[in-house]
Design a protein around this ligand. Structure first.
Ligand code: PLP
Length: 461
């Protein structure tokens, strides 16, 4: 692994911890908890593994935050970034273009579903969703339908934290502190086949029809879009059947709505395909993406719009009245191009699809532990849901769960495994490793999970 710069390596560990406690505002983090606890500080990474400040090694089975798709420590990406910085570190895309942004837009258009040919760059997922929300409103306005302003998302879904994206999100606890939010956001039910009383196809159809009911109750003439993730992250890799998206597409066509596929996580090989829509076989009007577009080597996001959506903006005098200083940043675009080249060169979409099968088999193999309820997901985006009784799918008692909520992630971490353990609705442990995951990594992940889950199951019993 490469050595960090002298300036970063200088502080002794206790001084660094004190500085972090005093000055660093960690995101979505209870700061008070870390006034006593150690702050896990990752200092370097290589492939599927990272190392902390104490020199301990971890399997990064979350690709940091669902984003380091090509794995850590790619010096070829660093070289491309440095070369682009030397050539042209930055120029705006406001009435200007730069070569990496042009090349990347062309590349994305070639990889995305056929009519999605126009790319608006952002700096991350929230900005992509925010931009798509605004794009939808202006699109309808330019077509003489200014009342089509509302957007329908799913309960429990996470679409980001800027005010528009937060309003679209369906998680009450992260919205409440910031009310009043942006008006015009509606929510239909999520897809949760494991807890449904009917089979997955019937459930998927019912949940799509429930989205229709929300739209029709509200008045379709006031609704402009549906936004969904291919596989919903929040709730633990909630995976519909393809018919779900078929129905949503039909509802959008019937009521003149845009179908927005929020693929902040589910693109760039995560599901074993370039885009999540491709995995399920549907055609959105807009794809929002971020994270894996650069494998997080540098921040970037994008809104990919169909020719139909872009059309009104090509009329004389028309303009998408929206922009971001860093949209189409040449260094980010150059990094994204190299990242995409690596995914192509190493056939990482195909690799994610086949290694995803190994990961699924390994997680299915944990079913002999009585608290393992469901194993679900797609490609290398998988979750295990924990229950107290597998037969009845009964949830784990709330008090027991509360006592385990903080401990399980720590126990996994202490066994050298970084993943996500959360309970929004139900307790799930989630995996989104680098797409380069090896069979040895799968075995390492399984061993850590088995150790921790067996311990938890014993204590619960
Ligand atoms: N949309 C989805 C589906 C996400 O998973 C996320 C982040 O995880 C976002 C939007 C927000 O992305 P960012 O954190 O880059 O703003």
């Amino acid at each position: 692994m490469n050595e960090p710069s002298a300036a970063l390596a200088a502080s002794p560990p206790d001084q660094e911890l004190a500085a972090a406690r005093r000055h660093l505002w960690m995101h979505f983090t209870e700061l008070e908890r870390f006034q006593r606890a150690d702050i896990p500080t990752i200092v370097r990474g290589s492939g599927t593994h990272v190392e902390d400040a104490a020199g301990r090694r971890y399997l990064d089975a979350l690709a940091a935050l669902y984003c380091v798709n090509v794995g850590h420590g790619r010096t070829e990406i660093a070289d491309v970034a440095a070369a682009q910085m030397r050539e042209l570190a930055y120029y705006t895309t406001w009435n200007f273009a730069n070569r990496p942004a042009i090349a990347l837009a062309e590349k994305i258009a070639a990889l995305a579903p056929d009519p999605l040919n126009r790319v608006f760059f952002t700096s991350g997922g929230s900005e992509s969703v925010e931009s798509a929300f605004k794009l939808m409103r202006q699109y309808h306005r330019l077509r003489g339908m200014p009342d089509k302003v509302k957007i329908v998302a799913r309960q429990g879904a996470y679409h980001g934290t800027t005010m528009g994206a937060l309003s679209v999100s369906g998680i009450p606890t992260i919205k409440a502190p910031f009310e009043p939010l942006v008006p015009g956001t509606l929510h239909g039910p999520r897809v949760d086949p494991y807890h449904a009383d009917v089979g997955p196809v019937a459930h998927s159809i019912a949940q799509a029809e429930a989205m229709r009911a929300v739209i029709e109750a509200e008045g379709p003439e006031t609704v402009g879009a549906i936004i969904v993730e291919p596989v919903q992250n929040s709730g633990g890799c909630l995976t519909p059947e393809p018919v779900y998206f078929e129905r949503l597409r039909a509802i959008c066509d019937e009521h003149d709505l845009l179908l927005i596929s929020d693929e902040t996580i589910c693109s760039w090989g995560r599901l074993g395909t370039w885009f999540g829509a491709e995995y399920f076989g549907y055609e959105p009007d807009i794809i929002t993406t971020a994270k894996g577009i650069t494998s997080a080597y540098i921040p970037m996001g994008a809104v990919i719009a169909s020719d139909r959506v872009a059309e009104p903006f090509l009329e004389p005098g028309a303009m998408f009245a929206h922009g971001l200083t860093f949209g189409g940043h040449p260094v980010a675009a150059a990094v994204a191009l190299e990242n995409i080249a690596i995914i192509e060169r190493e056939a990482l979409c195909e690799h994610a699809a086949s290694r995803g099968q190994s990961l699924r088999a390994a997680l299915e193999g944990l079913r002999d532990i009585p608290i393992v309820g469901d194993v679900r997901g797609a490609g290398l985006f998988m979750a295990v849901e924990l229950v107290s009784d597998r037969q009845s799918r009964a949830p784990i008692d709330a008090d027991v769960l509360a006592s385990w909520a903080g401990r399980v992630p720590r126990m996994l971490y202490e066994r050298g495994l970084i993943c996500r353990a959360m309970h929004r609705g139900a307790p799930v442990i989630q995996f989104a490793p680098p797409l380069t995951l090896s069979e040895d990594d799968v075995a390492e992940l399984e061993a850590a999970m088995r150790g921790v889950l067996a311990e938890v199951a014993e204590e619960i019993a």
